[in-house]
Design a protein around this ligand. Sequence first.
Ligand code: ACO
Length: 171
Amino acid sequence: MQTNDKLDLLFDPALIPSSIQDQLGSDLYLRPLASDDNKRGHFDVLSVLTAAPQLSAQSYKDTFHELRACANTYFIVVIVEKATDKIVGSGSIIIERKLLRSAGLVGHIEDIAVSKSMQGRKLGLRIINALEEIGRTRGCYKIILDCSDKNIPFYEKCGFKHKEFQMVRYM
Ligand code: ACO
C-alpha cells in the first residue's frame, strides 16, 4: 500500500477524522482519491453502481485535476485494502455554494459504492460518516442525496430521513 505522502491526493487527508480509520478493519484504509487510483480498481468498485467503462489513465488524471481545480468543491474518498492496494469502496460529496441561507453551503452525496465481496462490513456507513464529517467541517447546513427505494433502509441506518422526490430529464 502506498502511504498518503507518496500519493497525489484530491484534498487534505486531515479532513478525515482518525476515529473513522479506527472503526475500519485493520486490513483497510480510508483516504482521499489519488490521481492514479484508476490503476487500483476504482472503476471495478464503481461498476456495482452502474455501467462504469474505464477512462484512459490520462483522462482519469485530467479529470482528477479538473475536480481539484474547483477549490473546496469535490471531495471523493476511497477505502483501500492494504494487502492488495486495491480500492474496495468509494463515495463523494460535492459542496454547493448558494445565494440563499446567507450564501450557505449544501453537501450532495453521490456515487457510494462498496465492492460486492466487502458489503455488509459497515464500509458504506464509514464512507457516509467520513463524507458527513467533511461536509460538517466545511460548514454545510445540510447534506442531501438521491437513492433507489431499496437503499432507503441503508441511508436510514446512516441517519438520513426521507424528504421530497427526485426528478430527472436525461439529455
Ligand atoms: N437494505 C437494508 N439494510 C441495509 C441495506 C439494504 N439494502 N444495505 C445496508 N443495510 C444496513 C446494514 O444491514 C447495516 O445495518 P446494521 O447497522 O443494523 O447492521 C447498515 O445498513 C450499514 O450497512 P453497511 O455494512 O455499511 O453497508 P455496505 O457496506 O454493504 O454498503 C451500499 C451499502 C453502499 C448500499 C452497498 O450495498 C453498495 O455498494 N450497493 C451497490 C451500489 C449502490 O446501490 N450504492 C448506493 C447508491 S445511492 C448514492 O450513491 C447516493
